[in-house]
Design a protein around this ligand. Structure first.
Ligand code: NAD
Length: 294
């Protein structure tokens, strides 16, 4: 069992920290939304007033933050991890950020004597609550092996996919498939409803056939019912589509469906849906067809 500092107790971080505390680790959490501390404390963890207080005796430091500016602030800041975590500690960044930021954080960590893994996750809020996330890990194999008990507490599948930043590349590929799938499921719902077919029954059939997916399994009922509480916010998926399109440009590859999906998600933000779940892409497709709320 390890002494863990957990920074960022949001939709994903809060249940993940609770799983680690329940597994018997000593978890000291720090976050900006202090309403999350009650759950961590109820599950056996403790709260810390600052990043410094959380990390100063930690063997493992975990970050689960929105994007690279927050991870960089928490890693590099005066109050931050590299200034205050003990030498030899392992930083596991579960956040989804651009691959080059993960590489830069790992390089700075090496100078500060802190080992670093990028370990973005997939599985959504449901996967985090159930402790069954898929985790794609970039960094040194020995650090991956050392982190196994952490991954076991929050995930079901965890794979070492390559060097620093490789986890983020795989996560970008994941977000491309997820975003594109939501767009197509949204179009399928609009098509069926426009032709007078019960979309709920239609998606029940799709879910069991070749078109089946975790998105259809977990989200088809809430989409048909137009329930869009997050979940995973459109704003965060917009950030991820930026990571994907930047990576495609760097790699000199054309990804036309990624570009279209990025535009649909950007339209969702522009239409005021940024804080809704990404399944609210359905509203974007409805609006395109003059079928949205008037
Ligand atoms: P969230 O906004 O719910 O949580 C982020 C948390 O970070 C908040 O609690 C906030 O208070 C905290 N925070 C921000 N800046 C901080 C700072 N400087 N110091 C301490 N705490 C700080 O976001 P989320 O949905 O939990 O997502 C977190 C990350 O996981 C993102 O990178 C997201 O892309 C990724 N992700 C999310 C999901 C999902 O379904 N929500 C799924 C997979 C991956």
């Amino acid at each position: 069992m390890s002494r863990i500092a957990f920074i960022g107790l949001g939709i994903m971080g809060s249940p993940m920290a609770s799983h680690l505390a329940k597994a018997g680790h000593e978890v000291l959490g720090h976050t900006l939304n202090s309403n999350a501390y009650a759950r961590l404390e109820a599950d056996g963890g403790k709260s810390a007033a600052s990043v410094e207080a959380a990390v100063k005796d930690a063997e493992i430091v975990i970050t689960m933050l929105p994007n690279h500016p927050q991870v960089e602030e928490v890693a590099f800041g005066e109050d931050g991890i590299f200034a205050h975590a003990p030498k030899g500690a392992l930083l596991i960044d579960f956040s989804t950020i651009r691959p080059e930021s993960s590489v830069a954080i790992a390089e700075a960590g090496a100078k500060a004597g802190i080992r670093v893994l990028d370990a973005p996750v997939s599985g959504g809020q449901g996967g985090a609550e159930e402790g069954v996330l898929s985790i794609m890990v970039g960094g040194d194999e020995t650090d991956f092996t050392a982190a196994t008990p952490i991954f076991e507490a929050v995930g079901k599948i965890f794979i070492h996919v390559g060097p620093h930043g490789a986890g983020q590349v795989v996560k970008a590929a994941n977000q491309l498939v997820v975003g594109g799938t939501y767009a197509l499921v949204a179009e399928a719902i609009v098509l069926m409803e426009a032709l007078g077919v019960d979309a709920g029954k239609g998606l029940d059939v799709l879910a069991g056939g070749l078109a089946g997916s975790t998105i259809l399994e977990r989200k088809r009922k809430s989409m048909v019912a137009r329930e869009f509480a997050p979940g995973f916010r459109i704003d965060l998926h917009h950030k991820d589509m930026g990571i994907i399109t930047d990576a495609a440009r760097q790699a000199d590859v054309a990804l036309p469906t990624a570009a279209l999906t990025a535009s649909l998600i950007a339209a969702g933000r522009a239409q005021g849906y940024g804080s809704l779940d990404h399944s609210a892409l359905l509203k974007v497709i409805e609006n395109l067809n003059g079928r949205g709320e008037q």
